[in-house]
Design a protein around this ligand. Structure first.
Ligand code: NAD
Length: 217
C-alpha cells in the first residue's frame, strides 16, 4: 500500500497505531483491541488497518509483527530523514537532545539561530541563520521545527520556506503565513495541558456527583 492512496485522516492515525502495536506482546492483535486501547471507533480502526495490512484474519486479527512492519513501511520509517530546528533556545535544544524521533524515521540533524553561542558541547551543530538555506539544500532537508519567540516567527518561517522546507512543526503560539505548498502543524503543550485540566476538573465533578448519587440510593 502506498501512502499516497490513503486519506490524510488515516495517515494521521497511523503513528498512533504504530506506537501501540510496538507495545503489544501477543502474536496476534485485533482491530477491537487497538480501538479500545486508543479510544477510537472499532469500524474506523478496522478500515484503517485493512487498508495497510492484507494479513488480517477474521476472529484472529493481525499477526502483530507483520502489522508493525506494514505500518513502518507505509510511514516510511525504514529510512531516516533529516529535520532541522529553527531557534536553538530552551525548547529547541531540548528537542535536539531527544533521540526518540529516530524510532519514527526522523532525525534532527542541525539547528539554526540568529545568536550562535558556543555549542561545542552539543551533539548536533547549531549554525547561524545565514547558513540555513545552503545547508538545507545540500542535505535535502524538507522538515523544520519552529521554536523561536512569537515576534520572530514569520521572519524565521519565511527563511525556512526559502530554504526548501515544505513541512513545519510550529511550537509558536501565533499563526504563520506560508505558501499553499507548505504544511504547518501547530503543537501546543500548554493547550493540551489546559484541556487535561478541564477533563480532570470534569471527572472530579462526575466522581462527586456519582458518589452523592449513590448516597441518595
Ligand atoms: N507550544 C508549546 O507548548 C510551547 C512550549 C514551550 C515554548 N513554546 C514556544 O516556543 C518558542 C521558544 O521557546 P523557548 O522557551 O525555547 O525560547 P528561548 O528564548 O529559550 O529560545 C528562542 C530562540 O530563538 C532564537 N531566535 C530568535 N529570533 C530568531 C530568528 N529570527 N531566527 C532564528 N532564531 C531566532 C533565539 O536566539 C533563541 O535562541 C516560543 O515561541 C515559546 O512561546 C511553546
Amino acid at each position: 500500500m502506498r501512502s499516497s492512496t490513503l486519506s490524510k485522516a488515516t495517515m494521521g492515525r497511523l503513528p498512533l497505531y504504530l506506537q501501540f502495536i510496538r507495545t503489544v506482546q501477543t502474536e496476534n492483535v485485533s482491530s477491537a483491541t487497538v480501538a479500545r486501547a486508543l479510544g477510537l471507533g472499532e469500524v474506523q480502526v478496522r478500515k484503517d488497518l485493512a487498508s495497510i495490512c492484507p494479513a488480517g484474519m477474521p476472529k484472529i486479527g493481525y499477526p502483530t509483527e507483520r502489522l508493525r512492519e506494514d505500518l513502518e513501511a507505509v510511514l516510511g520509517m525504514k529510512q531516516t530523514i533529516p529535520a532541522v530546528v529553527v531557534g536553538a533556545g530552551k525548547l529547541g535544544r531540548a528537542l535536539m537532545a531527544y533521540d526518540g524521533f529516530r524510532e519514527y524515521g526522523l532525525e534532527i540533524a542541525a539547528a539554526f539561530d540568529t545568536r550562535v553561542t558556543d555549542s561545542s558541547h552539543e551533539r548536533k551543530p547549531i549554525l547561524p541563520m545565514e547558513e540555513m538555506t545552503g545547508w538545507c539544500r545540500e542535505h535535502e532537508v524538507h522538515i523544520g521545527i519552529l521554536t523561536v519567540p512569537a515576534g520572530a516567527a514569520q521572519e524565521a518561517a519565511d527563511q525556512m520556506v526559502n530554504s526548501g522546507i515544505t513541512a513545519i512543526l510550529s511550537f509558536v503560539s501565533v499563526p504563520i503565513r506560508v505558501p499553499d505548498t507548505v504544511t504547518v502543524k501547530h503543537e501546543n503543550i500548554a493547550l493540551s495541558l489546559a484541556c487535561l485540566k478541564i477533563v480532570a476538573g470534569m471527572s472530579n465533578e462526575t466522581t462527586e456527583e456519582d458518589s452523592h448519587g449513590s448516597e441518595d440510593l
